[in-house]
Design a protein around this ligand. Structure first.
Ligand SMILES: NC(=O)c1ccc[n+]([C@@H]2O[C@H](COP(=O)([O-])OP(=O)(O)OC[C@H]3O[C@@H](n4cnc5c(N)ncnc54)[C@H](O)[C@@H]3O)[C@@H](O)[C@H]2O)c1
Length: 383
């Protein structure tokens, strides 16, 4: 198999003549792998870099399995996608390098940029590039971080862009190919033009492309998610008010949503917001605001309302007198396998801790994650 992969690499490199058609993606995890496949699907030759050899091998020999929609099918068909642990190969392959490494949250709520920093260190160690290179940061970052990357890289002949993805787990490729809008933060026009061409080719729905400075795009990314969390928190707050006064929440919310200034999206009463993006971005904007002397009370209130709503839901259930609760989804959204900050799971935990017998009917991969954290707090049934 190794020999096969080597032959494939050689064949792949032979296609490199047309550099405009080549793109590299550093960090082919949940987001980066989907992005690489979306690019490949639109005709680019893509090299994806990751650090784990066994992971890279499993992608190259097509034994890798993903729960994410479309990934397995696309991977089987992707003749122009090569994974590697060799960053030099990626830099040789293309002048456009997307970075989709992880930026986990620190305990204080800020994004941890360590993985991006390590990548930038390596890029600098390669010296001044003979031909201009373009680093496109896909990761979620604190505002002003990408500008600091550009300051470090510009003397080495690198342009920098900040280009976040507005995707949800479970529908990542669909979202990447059909975005409501494309956000491009650019250190200069050259890199913005390059990205505009790539997105015009990769997207299927002709989205509006918004170009701005690096920091404006970083603020825009987390502010957009702050708006969405605020809308969800508002919906649930109105719903809680309705229920507490003996009314039907959805009757009220459906009517409110008919006002075109509000719209019907995110006006369905239910669980609070969770997952890998919404809660983190909502907190990050208020931290950045604090840094700048602004008290972002809306983002803070949204965070507290999400917790209050969970508390209200739990109290409602306890007061109903029911002794059992059965749920067939504890991920943060049904299409996903992620339990990060899942309010559905938090609800189940609270009930179980209050003596309710909770049965979780889920896929094996979700049951394994929940069992690792909560052991036998629940009864589990496989879907
Ligand atoms: N997953 C999402 O739903 C989502 C949505 C929006 C934004 N984002 C952002 O996208 C970024 C990536 O998120 P993710 O969920 O794909 O993370 P992930 O942990 O699934 O993937 C990151 C990958 O980068 C690899 N990596 C780390 N350092 C590397 C290096 N030096 N060279 C090559 N590979 C390296 C890791 O091995 C891993 O496979 C984060 O900033 C995240 O906040 C993610």
């Amino acid at each position: 198999m190794l020999c096969c992969i080597k032959q494939w690499t050689i064949l792949f490199l032979k296609k490199m003549g047309d550099n405009m058609n080549n793109i590299s993606v550093i960090g082919i995890g949940k987001l980066g792998l989907c992005f690489a496949l979306s690019l490949e699907g639109s005709g680019y030759n893509v090299v994806g870099v990751d650090i784990s050899k066994s992971y890279v091998d499993s992608i190259n020999n097509r034994t890798f399995f993903s729960f994410e929609e479309q990934v397995n099918e696309r991977l089987q068909k992707a003749n122009n996608f090569l994974a590697t642990t060799d960053l030099d190969l990626a830099l040789l392959h293309s002048d456009v390098v997307f970075a989709a490494v992880a930026t986990p949250s620190l305990p204080n709520g800020r994004y941890n940029h360590t993985q991006v920093e390590s990548l930038v260190d390596v890029l600098i160690s390669k010296g001044v590039q003979p031909k201009t290179k373009n680093l496109v940061i896909n990761c979620t970052t604190m505002p002003q971080y990408s500008e600091s990357v550009y300051k470090r890289l510009k003397d080495y002949n690198w342009n920098v862009a900040y280009n976040p993805e507005f995707i949800a787990q479970g529908t990542i490729i669909r979202n990447q190919e059909n975005p409501d809008m494309v956000l491009i933060g650019e250190s200069n026009k050259e890199i913005g033009d390059i990205l505009q061409v790539i997105y015009n080719r990769m997207t299927k729905n002709e989205p509006k492309i918004h170009r701005m400075s690096l920091t404006e795009a970083e603020i825009c990314k987390i502010s957009l998610n702050c708006f969405l969390t605020t809308k969800i928190a508002y919906t649930n707050m109105i719903g809680d008010i309705a229920i507490s006064s003996g009314c039907d929440p959805q009757v009220i919310l459906d009517a409110i949503g008919q006002d075109t200034r509000v719209g019907t999206k995110l006006t369905r009463y239910g669980y609070g917001f969770g997952g890998p993006c919404f809660p983190r971005d909502n907190r990050a904007i208020s931290i950045f605001a604090d840094d700048n002397g602004i008290d972002a009370k809306i983002s803070k209130a949204t965070d507290s309302m999400n917790k209050l709503h969970l508390h209200y839901q739990v109290q409602q259930y306890l007061q109903s007198g029911k002794k059992e609760f059965v749920t067939n989804s504890v991920t943060y959204k049904p299409e996903s396998t992620m339990i990060e900050e899942s309010q559905q799971l938090a609800f189940a935990v609270e009930l179980a801790n209050n003596g309710i017998k909770v049965t979780i009917v889920e896929t094996p991969v979700v049951i394994e994650q929940v069992t690792n954290v909560y052991g036998n707090l629940f009864t589990y049934l496989e879907k």
